[in-house]
Design a protein around this ligand. Structure first.
Ligand SMILES: Nc1ncnc2c1ncn2[C@@H]1O[C@H](COP(=O)(O)OP(=O)(O)OP(=O)(O)O)[C@@H](O)[C@H]1O
Ligand SMILES: O=P(O)(O)OC[C@H]1O[C@H](OP(=O)(O)OP(=O)(O)O)[C@H](O)[C@@H]1O
Ligand SMILES: O=C(O)c1cccnc1
Length: 482
């Protein structure tokens, strides 16, 4: 995926702003933008950050080629030739700090901080949010599914229903970050090193003269990986008995039937009955795979009903994030470099939740040493220090009278440098390592913040300095208006 040319994968207004800055001589001004989201998806309590790898690949290839320049010339007669010449020499020279993929994250925590020339860092907003928002959404959905079936095998089956190819591929990768074990998408397997898995479709059964012949033919071809789809005609009267016949024949050859797949009907009842039939035939090792519009709700219900399902194939509802189809991540300017100093900048809104938090900030996670659990995320100014602080006041940034003190705590920095003056400084991490890292995040949080249904709001607090700066900025703007 390294070779994708996505420079014009941006909104026209970004290029218009670049042009207006260039025309007015402000294009070299250095600014800081932060990417964050305001509301958790799926009415949940958290999200799982993903999308960074694609953002880094995109930034590495960010050049306007001759056809891009020609297209811009055609699209906008106001663009000067000298501007287009400037674009021909464009490279990204900014510096970026980011949360690691797989990190459990919360609303209003800066996930990515981008610093550099406004000319460059304005351009990348659209693509950066596109990648972050989609992949974070899918990784989160996957994590929610993992939560209800932590010890079962989870297969990503969504490609045919995904919103086109990139979503299928990067969605499969995001699903693995959230805890899925394998994908049916072969290209995702090849590109990202994801294990691939597959059974067969109804078409293969319909193509043969009988279900049994289809099963036998399939087992002859792939004797080491036979999972048979048993619901084409009648699951319990035909599919399972035929699968058992093939399973017993494979056993005689010293091989084994790996599984059967249920794809319709009452999956709780059918899996229980199929389990009994397989066990009675001495095929205890045969696994039961289920698919059919599954998500965390159906899987949880099926498990509560005592379904005997070992492996879940999850497609549409995962890859399209069906019940929460977009994450509303935003990219906001928070500081300007003026005479060598970072000056905070704010966006005021009638909606208090949309007022931005100004300043070049560092997000940290406060871990209680006694419990080993996270107390809150804490946003502080880049030049603030927590080393030596013994008693830290945490207060709610909206209802400031709500506060607590923490005394014995560790501090985890959430962001690290991934791009430095235009050079990638973060190597691509193995996907399995990202998945493992994600898994190690879970015990850091009380279950009340992570549970799927009606979770508590995890505290994301501001340091006194950041809060004071915000109030000052609001006051300055209010005074200017009056
Ligand atoms: N025991 C169960 N409890 C709760 N939900 C179930 C149970 N069994 C199946 N489901 C879910 O109910 C839905 C059933 O879908 P639907 O009625 O469209 O048909 P189907 O049985 O899958 O058949 P077909 O695919 O032929 O349309 C699916 O989302 C499935 O995951
Ligand atoms: O249900 P999902 O979570 O999306 O999982 C993927 C679905 O894709 C296949 O169905 P197919 O395209 O053959 O159509 P179907 O819905 O009629 O089974 C498979 O049999 C699953 O049912
Ligand atoms: O391998 C399977 O069973 C599969 C793959 C994609 C979609 N549905 C099922």
């Amino acid at each position: 995926m390294n070779q994708e040319h996505l420079t014009l994968h941006t909104d026209k207004y970004q290029i218009n702003m670049m042009y207006a800055h260039w025309k007015n001589g402000t294009h070299n001004n250095v600014r800081v933008f932060e990417a964050f989201f305001r509301k958790n998806p799926f009415r949940g309590g958290y999200a799982v950050f993903a999308g960074l790898e694609r953002i880094l690949q995109y930034l590495e290839q960010l050049r306007f080629d001759a056809s891009d320049i020609e297209f811009l010339r055609e699209q906008e007669e106001n663009y000067d030739e000298a501007f287009l010449e400037e674009l021909a020499d464009f490279t990204f020279t900014g510096t970026i700090y980011s949360v690691k993929e797989g990190t459990i994250v919360f609303p209003n925590v800066p996930l990515i901080r981008v610093e550099g020339r406004i000319f460059e860092i304005q351009l990348i907003e659209t693509a950066l949010l596109n990648f972050m928002n989609y992949q974070t959404l899918i990784a989160t959905k996957a994590a929610r599914i993992k939560q209800v079936a932590p010890d079962d095998t989870l297969l990503e089956f969504g490609t045919r229903r995904a919103q086109e190819a990139s979503a299928a591929l990067w969605g499969a990768r995001a699903a693995v970050i959230g805890g899925f074990h394998a994908t049916s998408n072969m290209l995702a397997g090849k590109l990202f090193g994801i294990p691939t898995k597959g059974t067969h479709a109804h078409a293969f059964v319909q193509d043969a003269d009988s279900e049994l012949e289809a099963f036998e033919a399939y087992a002859r071809a792939l004797p080491d990986h036979v999972t048979l789809l048993v619901d084409t005609y009648d699951t319990l009267k035909s599919g399972v008995p035929n699968a058992i016949q093939v399973g017993l024949a494979l056993k005689k050859q010293g091989k084994a039937l790996k599984g059967i797949r249920l794809d319709s009907g009452d999956l709780a009842y059918l899996s229980q009955e199929a389990r009994k039939m397989l066990d009675a035939a001495g095929l205890q090792e045969v696994q039961i795979v289920a698919s059919s519009d599954l998500d965390e709700y159906t899987i949880q219900s099926l498990r509560a009903q005592g379904a005997r399902i070992d492996t879940w194939g999850v497609g549409t509802k995962l890859i399209t994030a069906e019940d929460s189809p977009a994450l509303g991540g935003v990219y906001k300017v928070v500081a300007k470099l003026e005479h060598g100093e970072w000056k905070p900048t704010i966006k005021i809104s009638g909606n208090p939740e949309k007022v931005t938090t100004p300043g070049r900030k560092i997000p940290v996670r406060i871990i209680n040493r006694h419990t080993g659990r996270a107390e809150a995320d804490y946003l502080m100014n880049w030049d603030e220090q927590l080393a030596g602080v013994e008693r830290l006041k945490l207060f709610d940034p909206i209802h400031t009278y709500l506060h607590k003190f923490v005394t014995d705590f560790d501090v985890i920095e959430l962001q690290h440098k991934v791009f430095e003056q235009g050079k990638r400084v973060e190597k691509a991490q193995k996907l399995q390592e990202i998945q493992q890292y994600h898994a190690t995040q879970i015990p850091l949080f009380w279950n009340e913040y992570l549970r799927n249904l009606n979770p508590e709001r995890y505290p994301v607090d501001l340091s006194q300095q950041v809060w004071d700066t915000k109030m000052q900025c609001i006051a300055e703007h209010t005074n200017r208006r009056n």
